[in-house]
Write a protein of this length. Structure first.
Length: 326
């Protein structure tokens, strides 16, 4: 039996494992070299290797046909411990680090996002949907593993998406090639940014065409009902013949909005749900893996927001100035 790997930030582009879906999909998915297998019942022990070149395929797709439409669009959503808990929580009592409450409305919409059960075309486009579950949380927390196993059992037969033991889609670093930021630049992708107020500080890094702000903590599904239609309308009206990169970070609201937006925009847009992977670039050290902001100065000084850069990065790569963005 394969074991779940302990997470580290270096593992973002490494191998992952997938919980096999319930049905074989017959559609041609050769462009992503992805196959599906029938299994008798869902279990955490049914793991398979994610093809090691999948991330590079997705990055190539993001960079392809600069300024135009991408043929192989995709959605990437990651799920952490609070989201895993919400998937198995049928009482509406889960919450996250920001203090947002995952009520039953969030539970229902999150379950739909993780399974595709409410998407009529879900099977047809499932090869474009990448659900990254933080398996390392379950390895260290048997209770969480039990919750997730119950979710798998409850959704057996209706899940259209593969659930992978992965986490963040690789951001990359400013001073080296690789990651979705460089790929988006190569593809000349307009970026729609959805996230907290401090995401305004990511202008130097992403230069978004629009920032939809999400207030944290949030309560209930109101933000989802507001955000998803606004994002869909903005992309269709302003970029009807261009692939937009929609970058989202707003806990469960972000994951649900990412899914709902992709349901309507999959024919042209790419959606990446990024969690807290961008926080350090905005000068926010709120996770164990980003508490040392000087590391981000060493790797990505040109992407650091100006105030943080001038405060802690000036002695690092002195030949590289801190950026000025307005």
């Amino acid at each position: 039996m394969l074991t779940l790997l302990t997470f580290s930030i270096c593992r973002l582009v490494g191998l992952g494992y997938a919980i096999r879906p319930d049905t074989v999909l017959e559609q041609n998915k050769s462009s992503l070299n992805r196959t599906h297998t029938v299994v008798a019942s869902p279990s955490l022990s049914l793991l398979e290797n994610m093809p090691p070149d999948i991330v590079s395929h997705l990055l190539d797709s993001l960079a392809s046909n600069p300024g135009g439409l991408v043929p192989n669009t995709f959605l990437w959503i990651h799920y952490g411990d609070s989201e895993i808990r919400s998937l198995g929580d049928e009482e509406g009592i889960a919450s996250n680090l920001e203090g947002s409450n995952f009520d039953l409305c969030i539970h229902d919409l999150m379950s739909a996002a993780a399974t595709g059960a409410d998407w009529t075309d879900g099977n047809r486009v499932s090869h474009r949907v990448w659900q990254a579950i933080g398996g390392f949380f379950m390895k260290s927390n048997p209770g969480l593993s039990s919750i997730f196993a119950k979710f798998l059992a409850r959704t057996h037969g209706i899940r259209k998406f593969t659930l992978y033991d992965q986490f963040y889609f690789p951001v990359g670093t400013a001073l080296a090639k690789g990651g979705w930021v460089h790929a988006a630049q190569a593809g000349q992708r307009p970026i729609i940014l959805i996230g907290p107020e401090f995401f305004k500080k990511l202008k130097c890094m992403l230069n978004p065409v629009m920032h939809f702000q999400v207030s944290l903590p949030w309560h209930g599904c109101g933000e989802v009902h507001r955000l998803a239609p606004e994002v869909i309308r903005y992309s269709n009206e302003n970029f009807p013949k261009q692939t937009v990169l929609i970058v989202i970070a707003a806990s469960a609201v972000g994951k649900i909005t990412a899914y709902q937006a992709f349901k309507e925009l999959w024919h042209k847009d790419i959606v990446i749900e990024v969690g807290a992977s961008l926080d350090a670039f905005a000068g926010v050290a709120d996770r164990d893996y980003n508490h040392d902001l000087t590391r981000f100065c060493r790797e990505s000084k040109p992407w650091m927001e100006p105030e943080t850069c001038n405060r802690i990065c000036t002695d690092i790569h002195p030949g590289i100035p801190c950026q000025v963005c307005h």
